[in-house]
Design a protein around this ligand. Structure first.
Ligand code: TYD
Ligand code: MG
Length: 452
């Protein structure tokens, strides 16, 4: 009898080795190699998919035309995908357990009236999915559920059903008999994903894949999985809030800076079309340490509340804590405020919080953070009708940011009366008829004058 062939794979990057090694030569991770039983494919056409006979063609002879897209009937998902689901594309959606990945895709499947959808689950039984479907509401009468994890049977069912869209929950449950290792192992994920990729490309049917993530927030499975698929979306959110954010991490057919916002409710996910309303908490009561930032995520303006609390440190070393904002950036802003405007903050505890459980990395939020800190330190309220957008440099200068006009119009739309901007932003504004008052500032010192 032939000996079973085994190989070792790195859990982190998928690097392959004939023997066990302690440190991965490819990604440098320690103790990440796992043994997997491999038997080489005997037939050359793994997965029985007809491969396209390809011929080299000159670039100018290829008809460009826009990629054909399917409308998913979900405004947020369409936006994140760059305008709809491209035919023949493979989209991977990753997220923590219980965040709502299955709910999101089932809801999309149930809402796409007039399209035939095959929802394949290896995680839940048909009854469980039906119970969830009843909660969400069934609009599409051509949504088929299938409990299957063996890829060959999946492709046979696909041939019979002829769906317009295939959903797979999840890639970690699939297996193929070409490889002997257990479902969820690196070689299985790699092989089943590449079969699905070939299926999507040859049949022009889009495939939505759900993927688990590991405890440090990366997609479980080899990095090659992310390289193989066309689009990687991340579904994230703070479990203590109802809000969920769908973010595009990689997109071959659109921008990666787009963002979709959902709210988890008892009957599924609700699309949040005007996020600023929920991100600004009760604005009637003013309090010190609260400033509103006019930020932009992707192309989308959002007004968001930043809260700071400064108090005298009880122990020798003051605490610096930040939720939703980079701690190193906070430390830098504190240093700039101390050095350039003479505030004594180094002996104080500083807590910073971005409302709504959002994580932001738009530099335009800098001056709102600085304003919240100054407001809390001096204990003066910032009027509720004022918002901020600008980046702070190391010398205390306030720099201009992108999409200035977007930010101004959004603030105006939400009823703000004043917006504080960098002086250098003024020349990027072509429309001079804003009702909102624009307050230009050049240095942190000017910002202090506006506030105090
Ligand atoms: P689920 O889609 O199963 O998460 P994932 O597939 O990412 O693991 O979502 C599970 C959570 O969503 C669960 O804790 C219950 C909640 N939920 C609602 O609040 N309302 C609903 O209508 C549904 C279907 C789920
Ligand atoms: Mg699930």
């Amino acid at each position: 009898m032939a000996k079973a062939k085994t190989l070792y794979f790195c859990n982190n990057c998928g690097h392959q080795s004939g023997k066990w090694i302690g440190k991965c030569p490819s990604c440098g991770e320690w103790n990440s190699f796992q043994e997997e039983v491999i038997s080489k494919p005997t037939n050359k056409d793994a997965g029985n998919i007809d491969l396209i006979k390809s011929v080299p063609t000159a670039v100018q002879d290829i008809s460009s035309g826009n990629e054909k897209r399917i409308n998913t009937k979900s405004v947020e998902l369409n936006r994140v995908l760059g305008g709809g689901l491209v035919l023949g594309s493979v989209v991977l959606i990753g997220g923590e357990p219980g965040i709502g990945k299955s709910t999101l895709l089932l809801q999309v499947a149930l809402n796409m009236e007039g399209k035939r959808i095959l929802y394949i689950s290896g995680e839940e039984s048909q009854q469980q999915i039906k119970m969830r479907a009843d909660r969400i509401g069934i609009r599409n009468t051509e949504c088929y559920l299938l409990n299957e994890t063996f890829t060959d049977s999946i492709f046979k069912h696909c041939k019979k059903v002829e769906p317009d869209l295939v959903v797979i929950d999840s890639i970690q449950t699939l297996h193929t008999d070409i490889i002997d290792s257990s479902p969820g192992s690196i070689s299985q994920i790699r092989e089943t994903a590449s079969q699905l990729q070939r299926y999507a490309k040859s049949s022009n049917i889009p495939v939505l894949l759900i993927g688990h993530i590991t405890k440090d927030g990366n997609l479980a499975g080899p990095k090659v999985l992310e390289h193989m698929v066309d689009t990687v979306l991340q579904f994230e959110g703070d479990r203590h809030y109802g809000f969920r954010i769908l973010r595009s991490v990689k997109n071959r057919f659109g921008s990666t800076s787009e963002l979709g916002i959902y709210e988890m409710q008892s009957n599924g996910l609700r699309e949040v079309l005007n996020p600023s309303e929920i991100l600004l908490s009760n604005r009637e009561e003013t309090a010190s340490g609260v400033a509103i930032a006019a930020m932009v995520e992707g192309q989308r303006p959002l007004l968001i509340e930043t809260q700071a609390l400064i108090s005298t440190a009880a122990f020798g070393t003051p605490q610096r804590s930040s939720t939703g904002f980079d701690l190193r950036r906070l430390n830098m802003l504190l240093a700039v405020l101390e050095k350039r405007s003479g505030f004594r903050i180094s002996s104080k505890d500083v807590f910073l919080n971005i409302a709504g459980g959002l994580k932001v990395d738009d530099p335009a939020i800098d001056i709102a953070v600085a304003a919240a800190i100054i407001s809390s330190l001096e204990d003066v309220d910032i009027p509720p009708n004022i918002c901020f957008a600008g980046e702070i440099g190391l010398s205390g200068e306030i720099r201009t940011v992108s999409h200035v006009e977007n930010r101004i119009s959004e603030a105006e739309k939400l009823g703000f009366e004043k917006i504080v901007l960098s002086k250098y932003s003024l020349k990027n504004i072509s429309n001079k008829n804003y009702k909102i008052e624009i307050i230009p500032v050049r240095k942190v010192k000017d910002l202090v004058e506006v506030l105090l």
